[in-house]
Design a protein around this ligand. Sequence first.
Ligand code: GDD
Ligand code: MG
Length: 350
Amino acid sequence: NYYAVIMAGGVGSRLWPVSTEKYPKQFHDLLGTGESLLQKTFKRINQLIPSENILIATNKCYEALVLEQLPNISTKQLLLEPVIRNTAPCILYAALKIKQQNEHAVMLVAPSDHWIENEPEFIKNIDTSLNSCTQKDMLLTLGVHPNHPNTGYGYIQFEENAAKIKKVTLFTEKPNLEKATQFLASGNYLWNAGIFVWSVVSIISAFKKHLPEMVGILDSESQLYNTPLEEEFINKNYKKCENISIDFGILEHSQKVYVLPINVGWDDLGTWNSLYKKLPKNNQQNSIVGAKSICNNASGNIVHTPHGKKVVIQGLHDFIVVEKDDVLIICPRKDEQDIKQLRAQAKDVF
Ligand code: GDD
Ligand code: MG
């Protein structure tokens, strides 16, 4: 009864210009492991869940890329979104499609942009989660101990008790810096790892309660799922769904959210600093990917020039210097969250 859906439809805009709409971060081997983040995610999950029960949700335009990177999956395992609508609609679509195959299914929802250091421990936690959600009507998320006031994450306040799985009392998605700092200082908060487990019945009933219009749209002809008419139905109706993440749409509102704290060396590889942390660095703490560079009186920089451009840097500290195709970006590491806006600005100007 165990299924998984890997979400691989984001554009990874904070890792621009390496991650682009045409070739987003999940399809890149950002840390030089020999496999893309998507391939690593699939392999990790496949340790527990049979390959045929793993679905990939992505935008239609990445169909060929997914099949190229995961040649052993069948097109039946792909959920192809005709338009970008964020994570809530794709999770509801996956839940309805899985329920159509198996009403008792319990599903894991996994992003494709994560780093997990301790895979055996991670798998053990997923196994516990799938098991628990088989028995109880809950929306379970994995929680990670925070170490800095990151404004790109969800923050989870939970009931302190001896139980492994704890009831969530407050879920706050992407708070501002002031709030994030407060949460961190208060101590009893976790980051949302963005990895979820629930039965298809539990999540569909949460959508009915908190995003009923979306259920009205995607569940209107659910007998079409897993038939040749599914694609036509989705192409016609998916665009009517609200553009909203599962975090803002469901988790901030539901009373049935629970958290399992994990300690597995988790990281969201969503920003240049998250990569910087993982990449090898020289004595001056510069991380250099690409051609040879000269760095005089320069430290803490991430220099990424995969096309072989030689870089000479003097007197620069804690900067992101990344070149890809015809774009060169130079930005302080502390402003990494602004790259999303810079990319949007560049799209308008160039
Ligand atoms: N199929 C599909 N369609 N996938 C999508 C879409 C979409 O429209 N939008 C995003 N995704 C995928 C991304 O590729 C990624 O794997 C995952 O869904 C999460 O999206 P992000 O855009 O990376 O979310 P986030 O990192 O800002 O925030 C989420 O993850 C954090 C931890 O990594 C939230 O769940 C936060 O609460 C959480 O802390
Ligand atoms: Mg992310």
